[in-house]
Write a protein that binds this ligand. Structure first.
Ligand code: FAD
Length: 459
């Protein structure tokens, strides 16, 4: 994981402000919560030469101004923060626990929650505890204390949390009935409005080894597309693991094809394509373009009642023509970047035709989507056939539909959600900074509500 952003020093300027305004969040507390996360685990990257080339090319194409190194989400080109320190060590959200009071915290690292348990004896259902399985497969129940202040906070992520609500009896009545789950509350919006930001990549061949780099440069364009780049051709080996584009495809390939289309033939075609990836595909870089705020959305449904099994999720990539058009615009820009002198001077490759660039980008792509012969002629077809995930999926428990503005689950007491499932847009160019900020923000807010509003929290 790289490229942690955005801090929102300039609150009025960023798109994500819509979410903050709609949720009625305290902008100052939001900003200090970002800073709190940044101070502990975010670093300034040592910019790799290839990333400087990406910057220069973006600026030439008008993705300006150059905003330097910043966490702010502002139009133009910038270098973002990273969770890798100068020794190459990755910092994670788990490190934020260092600021917790260990005497008040018990962490069960191998506990898998099966469902939330409810007390149905009152007027409104009240979360009472959870049923969880330990690493030896044994089931346990954990209950809240009787204190008014006790509550359960679900943070299972954009896929895990809607799934958990459904398994616990909160969701569309017909879906619960179909899976023979006792209904606690009917809510047709659980699992609705799932979105993922479609990503497409353009392959950049290199003649010489270049320093490996994850995403550092970001182009935040006014056409609703973010442009980033990674390179994987290390000095010593060309391991597939190093390669963001290919790795993305490896991990993301299943999610880009709706479950019903995952036929044995499609899987065989995928395996064959993987074998046929040209060797050069491991010796180069990728330019990634990701659609900001996709209009196309989908839904999450349970396949069965086993929490260990993934639910079925459909994102409907590019269903809305505006999403497709934005991909086309992004790919056009990425192709021009590869053809620019900045790139050809750096890669020492001849300027390639658009046809050739698209062709090799299709062959380096390993998602399960069947390819078409006109992938290098129609940018629309190219976008549809080479779409992969950048794992920025979100939604399923939107504010106002599944949770209240303070993220309490509607229709029940003592249950709150704090994770990316409440977003109706993926914040910034990459979401993890905001998810972590949300954790800090909600923690402080809960304390503030408990202890009195006069309490002031600094940093
Ligand atoms: C491979 C990959 C690379 C990424 N790279 C970047 C990046 O470079 N920059 C960036 O900003 N974002 C990146 N992201 C996205 C980012 O990680 C997510 O947006 C973010 O982690 C979402 O946070 P969350 O709290 O909503 O969910 P998660 O981080 O997914 O947390 C949910 C947690 O709940 C646990 N859980 C789920 N169900 C249960 C259960 N039943 N019982 C117990 N525990 C459960 C899961 O194991 C998980 O630990 C990446 C994601 C992936 C997958």
């Amino acid at each position: 994981m790289n490229n942690l952003k955005p801090s929102i020093g300039k609150v009025e300027e960023i798109v994500f402000c819509r979410f903050i305004r709609k949720s009625g969040w305290d902008a100052r507390l939001v900003n200090s919560s970002y800073t709190w996360v940044e101070r502990q685990i975010v670093h300034r990257p040592k910019v790799a030469p290839w990333q400087a080339v990406v910057r220069d090319s973006l600026l030439d194409l008008g993705v300006a101004p150059f905003n330097g190194f910043t966490y702010d989400h502002v139009y133009g080109t910038k270098f973002g923060g990273t969770i890798f320190d100068r020794f190459g060590r990755r910092n994670t959200a788990a490190e934020l626990l260092a600021t917790a009071d260990p005497l008040k915290l018990t962490v069960l690292v191998h506990a898998t929650v099966q469902k939330v348990l409810f007390d149905m004896s009152g007027k409104r259902p009240k979360a009472a505890g959870v049923l969880f399985r330990d690493e030896n497969g044994n089931l346990h129940q954990a209950f809240l204390s009787d204190s008014q202040r006790s509550e359960i906070i679900l943070s299972c992520g954009a896929i895990g949390t809607p799934q958990m609500l459904l398994l616990s009896g909160i969701g569309p009545r017909n879906e619960l009935e179909e899976k023979k789950i006792s209904a606690v509350v009917h809510n047709e919006f659980v699992g609705a409005g799932m979105a993922d930001n479609p990503m497409n990549t353009i392959f950049v061949p290199f003649k010489k080894p270049v320093e490996q780099s994850l995403i550092q440069t970001v182009g935040i364009t006014k056409m609703g597309v973010y442009i980033e780049a990674s390179s994987g051709f290390g000095q010593s080996n060309d391991s597939i693991q190093c390669h963001h584009g290919i790795m993305s495809a490896e991990i993301g390939q299943l999610s880009t094809l709706p479950p019903k289309q995952r036929t044995p033939e499609a899987i065989q075609a995928y395996i064959k394509r993987k074998k046929d990836i040209p060797h050069e595909a491991f010796k180069g870089g990728f330019i990634l373009e990701k659609i900001a705020n996709p209009i196309s959305t989908g839904q999450l449904r349970l396949i069965n009642t086993n929490v260990e099994d993934n639910p079925s999720v459909t994102f409907n990539y590019f269903k809305h023509p505006r999403d497709l058009q934005r991909c086309v615009d992004g790919i056009r820009m990425a192709t021009k970047m590869v053809q620019s002198e900045h790139f050809t001077n750096f890669t020492q490759c001849d300027k390639q035709t658009t046809d050739k660039i698209l062709n090799i980008s299709v062959s380096a792509n390993v998602n399960l989507v069947p390819k078409h012969t006109n992938d290098n002629k129609s940018l629309e077809q190219f976008c549809k056939d080479t779409v992969i995930t950048i794992w920025h999926y979100h939604g399923g428990c939107h504010v106002g539909k599944v949770v209240s503005r303070d993220q309490k689950v509607l229709g029940v007491d003592r249950l709150r959600i704090v994770d990316g499932s409440v977003f109706d847009e993926s914040p910034g160019t990459n979401p993890q900074a905001t998810v972590m900020m949300m954790g800090r923000y909600m923690g402080l807010k809960i304390l503030r509500d408990r202890l009195g509003k006069q309490l002031v929290f600094r940093g």
